[in-house]
Design a protein. Structure first.
Length: 318
C-alpha cells in the first residue's frame, strides 16, 4: 500500500535510483505467473513505491496483449482506492497546500498514462444484473467504477477527466459490500456527487441525462440526499430537471419530510411550492431534534414558520 510519507517526488523529478529499484521489482512481478489483480496488489506493496515509480512502470509496458491492459485496469482502480485515502488525513492536509496539489498532479498524470495504456475507464467491474427505473433498465456492476471512487475521494479534476475525455459510463449503478463485508452499498456517479455536494459535477451529470431517481441502499434518491445534506442548489437543479418529488426512502420519508427533519427551510419552501405533498411532513415532531440538525441547520421555529406559510399559500388557492 502506498504511503503519503513516500510521496517525496515532484512533477519534475528525474528517474531516481529508488524509483528505478521499484521499477525493476514491478517488472519482475509483471513477468510472474500471478493473475493481473494479484500483480497490481503486489506492485502497490513494493517498499518505497511512489506514484512516479508506477508511472515509469506503466510507461515501460507495451499493451500488446490483454494481460497488460487488465493489469493497468486493476492498477487504475487500486491506486485510486488505496493511495488517495491518505490524502484525506488531517495531518497530511496540514502540511501544505502545495504538497496536496503536487500529489493530485502526480495522480492525475498517472491516471492519464494508465488510460492511454489500455486501462478500462469503468474498471474491472462485472455486470450482475439490471436496475429498473420506470421503463428503463440500467446495468448493475459488482464494484464502484473509477469515476465513483474519484468523486468519493474528492478528486474532482480526475472525475471530470473520466467524464469529458475518457467517456466513462455515467449511467451505471454499482452494488457491492462495504469494507465490513456485510453492508450492501448501492450508488451511482450522481449519488456520489450529491453526497459530496459538488454542484459542478452534479450539473454535468444531469446534463448528460443520467437517471435522477436511482435510490441508494437506504432508499434515498439524489433529491432525498440533497435535502438531507442541505444542498439547496443541487435540490433545485434536480427539481428543475424533473426529479421525482415524492420518492420515499427506507424510513418512508420523502424529500419534503427530510427537509423538515434536517431543518432546511429553504429547500422546504421550494419543495412545497413545487407541489410536494405537505402531509408527508413527519407526524412525530421529536424528529426536529438537535441530533438530526447540522451546524448550518435552521431552527425548529424557522421550520414551523415555513410550514405555516405553505399551509396559508395552499389554503388561499382553494
Amino acid at each position: 500500500m502506498l504511503r503519503v510519507s513516500q510521496l517525496r517526488d515532484s512533477p519534475d523529478t528525474r528517474r531516481t535510483d529508488s524509483n528505478l529499484e521499484v521499477l525493476d521489482k514491478a517488472l519482475k512481478i509483471f513477468k510472474g505467473s500471478d493473475l493481473a489483480e494479484e500483480k497490481a496488489k503486489n506492485i502497490l506493496k513494493i517498499k518505497g513505491v511512489t506514484l512516479e515509480a508506477i508511472k515509469y512502470f506503466a510507461e515501460n509496458i507495451k499493451p500488446e496483449t490483454d494481460e497488460p491492459k487488465e493489469l493497468m485496469t486493476y492498477l487504475l482502480r487500486d491506486v485510486l482506492k488505496e493511495q488517495v485515502k491518505h490524502k484525506e488525513k488531517k495531518d497530511f492536509l496540514k502540511n501544505s497546500l502545495d504538497k496536496v496539489q503536487m500529489h493530485e498532479k502526480l495522480l492525475y498524470d498517472l491516471v492519464i498514462v494508465l488510460i492511454n495504456k489500455g486501462a478500462l475507464v469503468d474498471g474491472p467491474a462485472k455486470n450482475i444484473g439490471t436496475y429498473k427505473v420506470g421503463e428503463e433498465s440500467i446495468l448493475i456492476k459488482d464494484q464502484p467504477t473509477p469515476l465513483m471512487i474519484a468523486i468519493k475521494k474528492g478528486l474532482f479534476e480526475i472525475a471530470d477527466f473520466f467524464i469529458e475525455e475518457a467517456k466513462a459510463d455515467v449511467q451505471v449503478v454499482s452494488k457491492y459490500k462495504d469494507i465490513d463485508g456485510t453492508t450492501d452499498i448501492v450508488t451511482t456517479a450522481l449519488l456520489s456527487a450529491v453526497q459530496k455536494g459538488h454542484d459542478y459535477l452534479a450539473n454535468k451529470l444531469v446534463n448528460l441525462k443520467v437517471d435522477l431517481d436511482v435510490q441508494d441502499q437506504d432508499g434515498n434518491s439524489a433529491l432525498n440526499l440533497a435535502t438531507i445534506k442541505g444542498f439547496f442548489k443541487i435540490a433545485q437543479l434536480l427539481l428543475d430537471n424533473k426529479a421525482e418529488i415524492e420518492t420515499k426512502n427506507a424510513k418512508n420519508h420523502t424529500p419534503f419530510a427530510n427537509a423538515c427533519i434536517y431543518r432546511c427551510s429553504e429547500a422546504l419552501e421550494m419543495l412545497g411550492k413545487r407541489g410536494a405533498d405537505l402531509k408527508s411532513k413527519p407526524r412525530n415532531w421529536s424528529f426536529l431534534s438537535l441530533k438530526s440538525a447540522k451546524t448550518t441547520s435552521d431552527s425548529a421555529a424557522q421550520i414551523f414558520s415555513t410550514l405555516q406559510k405553505l399551509d396559508k399559500l395552499y389554503s388561499s388557492k382553494k
